[in-house]
Design a protein around this ligand. Structure first.
Ligand SMILES: [Zn+2]
Length: 426
């Protein structure tokens, strides 16, 4: 019965098959030509039709379709930053060719972009899921394992952070970022067992023995005093409680792998080597004022502000003053162009990239301070805080222009004239 049926249909079906196969082949050629011209929509349509005509043997056609989906995905990402569309196409490319590492990496990068976007919206679980899915697709990418671990750490998901970190460590055990994060996760685990004491604006976190030794009430009272000072100076009073973590002085720099001259640290929490026996109040006060200012700026700005502005304001609130010699050095380095221009100043301030180059960093901090002093002379600290409160994602120069009518070049030139004049009278 079966044989009869087959032979009955064999003649005409074979002729039709050949005709269809020729159509399919012509459509494939047309698709390849369109791909070369960058017309991927046209190529996709040709290939889908060709697959329909070709019937059974479509492997080559599907492979070409995979390339089309890959290209469409990459374009959606690069030209339109549309990671939803990109991830849809790249997923389709991967379904066709699951072993293709180029597809896998591109797909992973769309997942990472979405993870960042979700993280920014505060959708932490979704962001972590995306990081996990992405790293699974691109497991040799150290940078992303570190980024995922850093994110998990920042939202206190320490088990996840440790798991991501473990993978990063397998790729590059001696990487500096890996080491810093290891210490942060370890330290965060210790903090989980910390005791806390609270006041109106603060959560004080330290190990129980230390809190007992310092006297939590006295410390919180001092913090509240500093809060009032900084709030008054900046006309900003953050409502959310600020967590302050105390470290024994001797451990502080080891824990954070910070150069010795960095006395405090702000990363969403204030981290301070507080010890009434270790450091006199005259030293502690400015440190707390400085780090607290970073917390105030984070609370007041809808988007991150440039580091130079952040560090400039913090030093101003701290009460730092440059003597004539310091200003002289600043001017000389500026004139001889050994000092980063405003647009690149943040890089010079980034101690993570450049931990022990003291002179360059010291000068960058001095420039940040005097830039803020210059802006304060133009319209008061109130106007500087308008910059902070009006921050927008990305282009800070635009915000500067809107508030001061200055672009970076103009600010640089005006500031230089001002500081040259200023250096002999402090
Ligand atoms: Zn600072």
């Amino acid at each position: 019965m079966l044989t009869a049926l087959l032979s009955a249909g064999a003649g005409p079906a074979w002729a039709a098959d050949r005709e269809y196969l020729e159509k399919a082949s012509a459509l494939n050629d047309s698709a390849v030509a369109k791909m070369r011209q960058g017309n991927f929509d046209g190529a996709e349509y040709d290939l889908l039709q060709a697959i329909e005509y070709a019937g059974g043997d479509v492997q080559k056609l599907r492979k070409n379709l995979g390339v089309v989906y890959y290209e469409k995905g990459v374009r959606a990402l690069q030209q339109r930053k549309d990671f939803f569309e990109a991830s849809r196409y790249l997923k389709q490319a991967l379904d066709i060719d699951p072993q293709n590492t180029r597809y896998a990496k591109a797909y992973a990068s769309t997942l990472f972009l979405e993870a960042k976007a979700r993280a920014a919206q505060g959708l932490h679980d979704r962001a972590l899921e995306l990081y996990e899915a992405g790293t699974a697709r691109d497991p040799s990418n150290l940078h992303v394992w570190v980024q995922a671990a850093d994110y998990a750490w920042s939202i206190q998901r320490l088990d996840k952070a440790a798991a991501f970190l473990e993978r990063a460590r397998k790729i590059a055990p001696d990487d500096r970022n890996v080491k810093v994060l290891e210490e942060r996760v370890r330290s965060a685990r210790r903090e989980e067992s910390h005791s806390t004491e609270t006041s109106e604006h603060f959560i004080l976190s330290a190990d129980a023995a230390q809190i007992a030794r310092e006297g939590a009430h006295r410390v919180l009272y001092e913090l509240e005093q500093t809060y009032a000072e900084v709030g008054y100076k900046l006309s900003v009073y953050p409502k959310r409680k600020i967590t302050v973590v105390f470290y024994p002085l001797k451990d502080f720099h080891d824990h954070w792998r910070l150069p010795n001259r960095i006395d405090g640290y702000y990363d969403g929490k204030l981290r301070i080597p507080y010890s009434s026996k270790g450091l006199p109040e005259a030293v502690m006060k400015p440190i707390v004022r400085h780090e607290l200012t970073h917390a105030f700026i984070a609370a007041a700005s809808p988007h991150p502000v440039p580091r130079w502005l952040n560090e400039g304001i913090a030093q101003w609130v701290e009460g730092r003053q440059l003597d004539m010699k310091a200003k002289d050095a600043l001017v000389i380095h500026q004139i001889t162009r050994r000092l980063a221009p405003v647009a690149h100043l943040d890089k010079a301030l980034g101690h993570q990239n450049n931990p022990f180059n003291n002179t360059e960093m010291t000068l960058a901090y001095m420039k940040a301070l005097t830039l803020v002093e210059y802006l304060i002379e133009q319209g008061g600290i109130w106007k500087v805080m308008q910059l902070v409160q009006g921050s927008e994602p990305g282009d800070f120069e635009k915000v500067l222009k809107k508030n001061y009518g200055l672009d970076y070049n103009r600010l640089e030139a005006d500031w230089q004239v001002w500081i040259e004049r200023k250096r002999y009278n402090s």
